[in-house]
Design a protein around this ligand. Structure first.
Ligand code: UTP
Length: 286
């Protein structure tokens, strides 16, 4: 059973400067909820009960966000806004243990995941990158866990990407393809258009066996001085079956400005309390 999830949130968020200078990128809201909360809710709804944030001292507001705030709570109750209390401290958070581990240097996603070893130990676990936002009937992480429960192998979420954008992603070389999953033969981080082994790119949800930690420890820094999770998975594939799940649903890349704005518009148009006004505004602008 997958009960623990790692959320790496220590990145510099350079694409969102200056907004991300004092506010973590992961705390930027899509409408009224910070990005990181969408990922935490997805994890909890998929059965996770321990959330491990890999964070940095500058990102203390993430910890504050998930701690109870009794002062605001009592003010809301006094002013008759009980409904808002539920929004402030969603009930689903009550049985969850949150851990916060500092990544001293931003040495890449692989290094961030390795920081969770002291808590995960030899359990298999999930990784969610909060800047990828997913919406589907059955959540992206639940789709991965369905496959993991059956196969007990690592499973990575993937989706098809226009080849001209392939250089931005980890890309898999597919082996056998069944209607449920793809056997991964190889995986490369940010290949050029010419070298990309397919048009199937990794997106920010993973279920990994604990053996990934040994592979992360042996992974060298890349040319940008980062330890890439993709490189450790590439090494894992040589020893264990690693599967890909062709994710069914919507995905917004909120680590980029276009994706962030796209998600904001899409969610605003679905929010009954504001959608009519937003439609009018969009019509006016166009
Ligand atoms: P990104 O590749 O989006 O990097 O990381 P970033 O630094 O946050 O953003 P840019 O590229 O500078 O704009 C993907 C996820 O991995 C985390 C990030 O916080 C993000 O959730 N991460 C990345 C770490 O936790 N530590 C790192 O050293 C790098």
């Amino acid at each position: 059973m997958i009960k623990k999830a790692v959320l790496p949130v220590a990145g510099l968020g350079t694409r969102f400067l200056p907004a991300s200078k004092a506010t973590p990128k992961e705390m930027l809201p899509i409408i009224d909820k910070p990005l990181v909360q969408y990922a935490v809710e997805e994890a909890i709804n998929a059965g996770i009960n321990e959330i491990i944030f890999i964070t940095s001292p500058e990102k203390n507001s993430i910890k504050k966000h998930f701690n109870k705030n009794e002062e605001i709570e009592s003010k809301l109750i006094k002013s008759g806004k009980k409904d808002m209390v539920k929004k402030l401290n969603p009930e689903i958070f009550s049985d969850i243990t949150f851990y916060y581990i500092n990544q001293e240097m931003q040495n890449g996603l692989g290094d961030a995941v390795l920081h969770a070893e002291s808590i995960i130990k030899n359990e298999d676990f999930a990784v969610l990158l909060p800047d990828d936002l997913f919406f589907s009937k059955r959540s992206c992480l639940s789709q991965l866990i369905d496959i993991y429960d059956n196969k007990k192998s690592s499973v990575i979420a993937v989706n098809k990407i226009d080849k001209e954008n392939i250089h931005k992603y980890g890309v898999i070389k597919p082996g056998n393809i069944s209607d449920k999953f793809i056997n991964i033969q190889d995986i490369v981080e940010k290949p050029s258009f010419e070298d990309a082994p397919s048009d199937i790119a990794v997106c920010g949800r993973y279920v990994l066996t604990s053996s990934i930690f040994n592979h992360l420890k042996c992974t060298d820094f890349d040319k940008n001085g980062e330890i890439q999770l993709t490189d450790a998975i590439r090494s894992l594939i040589k020893e264990e079956e690693v599967l890909a799940c062709l994710y069914e649903g919507e995905k917004f890349d909120c680590g980029s400005k276009e994706g962030f704005v796209h998600a904001t518009i899409a969610l605003a148009l679905r929010d009954e309390s504001i959608s009519e006004d937003i439609k009018k505004i969009i019509k006016e602008i166009i």
